[in-house]
Design a protein around this ligand. Structure first.
Ligand code: BJW
Length: 248
């Protein structure tokens, strides 16, 4: 891993660092990335075809059970050194914004505050027909469960393909991308829109962009720097080298 002194100097001098994360940051915790083959029972399904309102309408039980399997998997894993390094970065940077595409809660469990969750949260539940959040429901054996007030079908509070992202969060994310001077794109394939525009917007606004990913992505050629490797190894090294006296 060749971390140039330019990268360390950029971290130290930045007045506003944005970290933008994707499924890759949770990979070392044991959460499969979105485009990785699902394991076991779910191997035969294409995640891009399950994460749509059409799939839910066609087969709500199948889609609910896929999310239940993922919720259980997430509940059984822990944040990894990559998540923890971003908490330390938040504590050391002059200004810091964390934007995540991930629906897991590993950033929050690591201790990050104020995560801008672009694609919702898998542990929240809402009504399919009007998006109203629902906290609890009686166990009637229905799969998916139904809203105790209206009887409507419940679904996870995540953003599926073809759905709009939460407007206020998206606006805050673009504002941060425009206002930062260092933008870190971590563990994302940089393919899903409109989130993939964030690093491009940062570059357009004059920020330097550092990509951290073991594989090249459509962003790699435009990024100021690309570090090819796992974020759970690279991020702790970046923090230790940029803020040595505080990491001791
Ligand atoms: C590691 C690692 C390690 C591994 N360390 N790294 C313009 C052009 C074309 C299409 C569109 C467009 N605008 C909109 C669209 C359509 C669509 C879209 O983008 N399609 C693309 C596939 C082309 N976008 C939408 O539909 C969005 N809505 C929208 O635009 O609304 C406006 C509208 C509405 C109606 C009509 C028209 C417009 C919504 C997108 C919602 C995305 N939702 C999902 C599912 C969430 C719920 C769930 O999890 O089930 O969000 S899809 C999925 O992709 C998930 C992720 O958050 C998102 C991004 O994926 P991510 O995080 O990058 O993961 P992976 O798996 O792709 O990559 C992992 C990376 O990690 C890899 O690069 C690895 O190498 C790396 N890695 N180990 C670091 N240890």
């Amino acid at each position: 891993m060749d971390i140039s002194s330019d990268i360390i100097a950029a971290l130290q001098s930045a007045s506003h660092i944005v970290a933008f994360t994707g499924a890759g940051i949770s990979a070392e915790s044991g959460v499969p990335t979105f485009r990785q083959a699902q394991t076991g029972l779910w191997e035969q399904y294409d995640p891009t075809e399950l994460a749509t309102p059409q799939a839910f309408q066609r087969d709500p039980r199948l889609v609910w059970e896929w999310y239940q399997w993922r919720r259980d998997l997430i509940a059984g894993v822990d944040p990894n050194p990559g998540h923890i390094a971003l908490v330390q970065m938040e504590q050391r940077a002059r200004q810091f914004t964390l934007i995540s595409q991930n629906v897991d809660d590993l950033h929050e469990r690591a201790g990050s505050t104020a995560v801008l969750a672009l694609h919702g949260k898998i542990h929240r539940t809402k009504r399919f027909n009007d998006g109203q959040l629902v906290e609890s429901w009686p166990d009637t054996g229905d799969v998916p469960p139904r809203c105790p007030e209206t009887g409507g079908l419940l679904r996870p509070d995540v953003v599926w393909f073809g759905e709009s992202l939460p407007a206020e969060i998206l606006e805050q994310a673009f504002a941060a991308a425009r206002n930062c001077d260092l933008f870190l794109s971590i563990g994302t394939s940089a393919m899903v829109q409109p989130a993939a525009q964030l690093p491009i917007e940062a570059l357009r606004s004059g920020a330097r962009v550092l990509e951290i990913n073991p594989e090249p992505t459509p962003l790699s050629g435009q990024a100021t720097w690309a570090l090819n490797g796992p974020s759970g190894e690279i991020l702790p090294v970046l923090v230790a080298r940029a803020w040595p006296q505080e990491t001791g």
